[in-house]
Design a protein around this ligand. Structure first.
Ligand code: SAM
Length: 305
């Protein structure tokens, strides 16, 4: 029979700190997976990190031999809370010292679990004190949970019904570890670094993604850029859009296209005119957004499908 110890998550969590860090994450615009690709119902990394940690670590009440009184158990719980409070801070996402403290706690609880279950008939495969249990999220979506499990040192697996979610997870969880510590291969970086080592984590891969991403963008512009002409701001246009006055004579890059189906105008006088089937050209509805969409519309062109 498996011997089971109560986990921290079953007893208590520092919810205030977790909630605060999770809410703050929404404003992070650089380095967050949400900037890689939008995913609906994406969980905050802070919450994911905290719940995985609290599921892996024993609650002190599970060890009355070590923490004999309720007071001692509460003191130990507060120590674990402090680890979570540090762990959930966005700034600590790659703080090795903070992460290692959390990993050490996970390992300690895991070794205690293995010792407890040494007599289990499948102890060798299920309770190997040198190998943490793997983590699998079968509904991984944007990958917050498997990413954080990996960060906490677990072998992480993700799957999802939706191929876009699978692609996000591959880009985030599967591919980067394969290139961990490797130097970039693009010719520019190679010229600079020669055979110099010292690339940490996915830095080398990131350098290559930047280089080849730019190459692809430049190639795309060369080959199909003519299909997306710049918009010239004329004095005529400024009559309707006085905010564009500073740009008269300039050619602006189109940054967004609204696609709409078109029909020939039902008005016989304009029978040859294509009319877009769109009820509004507003992008967002909120006041602040509306202002932005009118600015954007200077660069929005209508194309028919
Ligand atoms: C709430 S989202 C998961 C969000 C994820 N935890 C994150 O942080 O991004 C639920 C996911 O379950 C997936 N899903 C729904 N039904 C599924 C099924 N039968 N098999 C596999 N995945 C499924 C959806 O595609 C969706 O990505």
């Amino acid at each position: 029979m498996t011997s089971y110890k109560k986990k921290l998550i079953e007893v208590a969590l520092p919810l205030e700190a977790i909630n605060k860090a999770s809410a703050r994450e929404k404003a992070i615009r650089h380095g967050h997976p949400s900037t890689l690709h939008l995913w609906w119902a994406r969980r905050p990394l802070a919450a994911a990190r905290a719940v995985i940690f609290a599921q892996m670590v024993d609650d002190p009440s599970a060890h009355p031999d070590i923490f004999k009184t309720e007071k001692a158990q509460e003191k130990e719980r507060q120590r674990l809370f402090k680890i979570i409070e540090d762990l959930v801070q966005w700034e600590n996402t790659t703080n090795e010292e903070v992460l290692q403290r959390a990993r050490d706690e996970i390992w300690q609880s895991w070794r205690a679990t293995c010792a407890e279950n040494a007599d289990h008939p499948h102890a060798k495969e299920l309770f190997d004190r040198h190998k943490l249990p793997a983590f699998h999220d079968p509904f991984a979506g944007g990958g917050a949970l498997p990413l954080e499990a990996q960060r906490l040192g677990l072998e992480s697996y993700a799957s999802d019904l939706n191929p876009v979610a699978v692609l996000i997870c591959k880009a985030m969880i599967e591919i980067p570890p394969k290139f961990a510590g490797k130097s970039p291969v693009n010719p520019e970086s190679r010229k600079k670094i020669g055979s110099q080592a010292g690339w940490k984590g996915a830095q080398g891969l990131a350098e290559d993604v930047r280089y080849y991403g730019k190459w692809m963008r430049d190639e795309a512009e060369k080959r199909i850029g003519h299909l997306y002409p710049k918009v010239e701001v004329t004095a005529e246009k400024v009559k309707d859009r006085p905010d564009l006055k500073p740009y008269v004579g300039k050619k602006l890059t189109v940054i967004a296209c609204l696609w709409a189906r078109t029909v020939k105008s039902p008005n016989p006088a304009f029978a040859q005119v294509d009319v877009p089937l769109a009820s509004t050209f507003m992008l967002p509805q909120k006041q602040a957004g509306r202002r932005m969409s009118s600015r954007l519309s200077s660069a929005v062109s209508i194309a028919s499908l």
